[in-house]
Design a protein around this ligand. Structure first.
Ligand SMILES: [Ca+2]
Ligand SMILES: [Ca+2]
Length: 174
């Protein structure tokens, strides 16, 4: 990607209600600013990658191979489905997850992702949310799930934590 494309991608991503929580506010030292900016950009790039991976997965373990029209058909517990359906691998990581909520509670460490020096960590939480207000976590099952991601640089320690969310809905036509 050219620099222009990167900025466009980052700009578009920011519009998706991304909140950057800064713990330190203004940093006067320019070296630290550059270091911190590089960390922030890497976190945004990782977040976009994870979002694309997750959006390519089934809405729920139950919708992976058949159409579901009742919310009661959906998973009661959000997380990896172990033991997995016969013939499938245990769901323990990115390679074996097959539906969105398998990421609930998952945390991944990446060392020098994409050649950028540093160790980055991403934490995922997945909830059923109220379809008419996606900021509201739903106690019951719904056809809308929200994925919250938290990304930060573990080493060297970053100053910011990137928090971002997206929702995935499951639609059916009766
Ligand atoms: Ca699964
Ligand atoms: Ca699952």
């Amino acid at each position: 990607m050219s620099t222009g494309q990167v900025i466009l991608t980052v700009g578009a991503f920011m519009l998706l209600s991304t909140i950057l929580v800064s713990f330190y506010g203004l940093v006067a030292d320019s070296n630290r600013t550059i270091d911190s900016t590089q960390g922030d950009i890497t976190e945004v790039a990782l977040a976009i990658s994870f979002q694309e991976i997750i959006q390519g997965m089934a809405f729920d373990e139950a919708t992976g191979d058949s159409m579901r029209v009742q919310v009661s058909d959906l998973s009661s517990t959000l997380g990896p489905d172990n033991p997995p359906p016969s013939g499938e691998d245990n769901e323990t990581n990115l390679e074996t997850f097959d539906d969105i909520d398998d990421f609930n509670g998952y945390e991944i460490d990446q060392v020098n992702p994409g050649g950028v020096l540093g160790r980055y960590r991403t934490h995922f939480s997945v909830f059923y949310v109220n379809p008419s207000d996606i900021s509201q976590v739903s106690a019951g099952k719904t056809f809308v799930k929200r994925v919250d991601m938290r990304l930060w640089r573990v080493s060297p320690p970053g100053q910011d934590t990137l928090r971002t969310s997206f929702v995935v809905g499951y639609f059916h036509f009766d």
